[in-house]
Write a protein that binds this ligand. Structure first.
Ligand code: HEM
Length: 373
C-alpha cells in the first residue's frame, strides 16, 4: 500500500477476531471510566459552588472522593486497548502518534498533573475549603487529554494527509486540521460524560451510606442530568454518525466486502435505543426523586451496555474508513500460539475474579456515612 509503512513480518500470535473482541471489551470499560471522570468531575465542581447546601456538599464530596479511584480505572483500562490497537492498527496508529508526537507525549505529564489535582480537589472539599478552581483545572486538563486522543484516533484514519504533515514538521509539532469528524467525536465523549455522571448519581442514590434526604437529592439531580444530557448525547451521536464518509455509512448498512460490519450498524441502533431507555430511567428517578436499588443497578447496567454498543459501532467506523483507504485489518498473517493464548485467557479471567473479590471486600467493609465529617 502506498500510504502505510510495511507490515511487521512477525505474524499475529492470536486470531484477529480474538484480538478485536478483547480490544472492544477492554476499550468499552475504559470508556465507562473515562465518562465517569469527565462528567463526575464537572458535576462535583458545580456542586462544590453550593457550599450553603448540605446535600450539594455531601454529593460533591462523595463524587470527589471516588474520582481518584476512577482515575486508576481510566489508566489501567486504557493500557489493554492501547496494546490491542497497536497490534491491529500499528501501521496507522504509530504513524499518527509520531505526527502529533509533542502532544501525544504530553499526555503523560498532563495526566500526572490531573491526577494530583484530583487529590487536591477532594482534600480541599473534605477540609471545607473552596475547591472549584482546582477541580475545574483538573477537568480542563482531562478534557484536553480526551481531545488529544480523539485527534490521534481520527488522524490514524487519514493517511492522505500524513506526508504533508510530516513535511511541515518532523518533530510532531503540528495538529491536523480540516477533519469534520473530530469535533463531533470529542463532543460526543464530553456529552456522554455528563450523561454517565447522571447515571452514576442515580447509582449512588441507592447506597446505604446516604441519608434519606441525600438519596432523594442524588436521585433527583442524577435523573435530571441523565435525561437532559442523554438528549444532548443522542444528538451528538447522530451528528458524529452523520459526518462519516459515504463508504462508512454504506458499510454499516451491510454494503461492504465485509457484511459483518452490519453488526456495527445494528450496535449503533442499539445504542440509540438504550440511551432512550436510560433517558426514561432518568426521568423516573429525576422527577419522582426515587432512590431504589433496582434503579441504581439499572443505571449501572445501562451505562456498561451503552458503552459496549458505542465501542462496537466505533470499531466499525474505524475499520470501514481504513478499508476504504486500502488498510484491511483482517488481512494479516496469523500463527496462533494456543498455549500462550490459553494461559492469557486463564490469567485474564483470574484477574477479573480478583477484581470481583476486591469489590466484594469493599462492599462488605464497615460503612461510614458520606456526610460524616
Ligand atoms: C484523563 C485521562 C484520559 C481521558 C480523558 C481519556 C479519554 C479518551 C477518549 C475521549 C477516547 C476516545 C477518542 C476518540 O476515539 O474520539 C479515548 C480513547 C483511548 N484511550 Fe483514553 N483517556 C485517558 C487516559 C488514557 C490512558 C492513560 C490510556 C492508556 C494508557 C488511554 C488509552 C486509550 C486508548 C488506547 C484509546 C483508543 C483505543 C482505540 O480506539 O482503539 N487513555 N480515551
Amino acid at each position: 500500500m502506498p500510504f502505510y509503512p510495511s507490515v511487521d513480518p512477525i505474524p499475529l500470535p492470536a486470531p484477529v477476531w480474538l484480538l478485536k473482541l478483547l480490544h472492544v471489551v477492554t476499550l468499552a470499560l475504559h470508556f465507562v471510566a473515562v465518562e465517569m471522570l469527565l462528567g463526575g468531575l464537572l458535576v462535583a465542581v458545580v456542586l462544590s459552588l453550593f457550599r450553603s447546601s448540605p446535600n450539594a456538599s455531601v454529593a460533591a464530596r462523595a463524587l470527589a472522593r471516588r474520582l481518584s479511584i476512577v482515575m486508576t480505572f481510566v489508566i489501567n483500562l486504557g493500557v489493554p486497548p492501547l496494546l490491542f490497537a497497536q497490534v491491529l492498527y500499528g501501521r496507522a496508529l504509530y504513524t499518527s502518534s509520531v505526527l502529533i508526537g509533542v502532544y501525544w507525549i504530553a499526555i503523560v505529564p498532563v495526566l500526572m498533573l490531573t491526577y494530583w489535582l484530583l487529590y487536591r480537589f477532594a482534600a480541599r472539599l473534605e477540609a471545607g475549603k473552596s475547591a472549584w478552581w482546582v477541580g475545574l483545572l483538573a477537568w480542563l486538563l482531562a478534557g484536553s487529554i480526551a481531545r488529544t486522543l480523539s485527534t490521534n484516533m481520527t488522524l490514524m484514519l487519514r493517511p492522505e494527509i500524513w506526508r504533508q504533515m510530516y513535511s511541515a514538521s518532523a518533530m510532531g509539532r503540528f495538529l491536523p486540521s480540516g477533519d469534520p469528524t473530530l469535533t463531533p467525536r470529542w463532543l460526543l465523549m464530553l456529552a456522554g460524560g455528563m450523561f454517565i455522571a447522571g447515571l452514576w448519581l442515580i447509582y449512588l442514590s441507592g447506597r446505604s451510606t446516604f441519608t434519606a434526604d441525600e438519596k432523594k437529592f442524588a436521585a433527583g439531580l442524577g435523573g435530571k442530568l441523565a435525561a437532559g444530557f442523554g438528549i444532548v448525547y443522542l444528538l451528538a451521536g447522530l451528528w458524529a454518525a452523520n459526518v462519516q464518509p459515504e463508504a462508512v455509512k454504506a458499510g454499516l448498512a451491510g454494503q461492504s466486502v465485509y457484511p459483518l460490519y452490519r453488526l456495527s450498524g445494528f450496535a449503533g441502533y442499539g445504542w440509540l435505543a438504550l440511551v432512550g431507555v436510560a433517558i426514561v430511567l432518568g426521568l423516573v428517578a429525576g422527577f419522582g426523586k426515587i432512590a431504589s436499588a433496582w434503579l441504581s443497578w439499572a443505571g449501572v447496567l445501562a451505562a456498561v451496555l451503552i458503552e459496549i454498543l458505542f465501542t462496537v459501532y466505533r470499531d466499525g467506523v474505524r475499520d470501514l474508513t481504513l478499508f476504504s483507504k486500502g488498510y484491511d485489518v483482517w488481512d494479516r498473517a496469523v500463527a496462533t500460539n494456543w498455549s500462550v493464548v490459553g494461559l492469557f485467557l486463564v490469567l485474564f479471567v483470574a484477574g477479573l475474579g480478583v477484581i470481583a473479590w476486591l469489590v466484594s471486600v469493599v462492599a462488605r467493609a464497615q460503612k461510614v456515612m458520606e456526610g460524616a465529617a
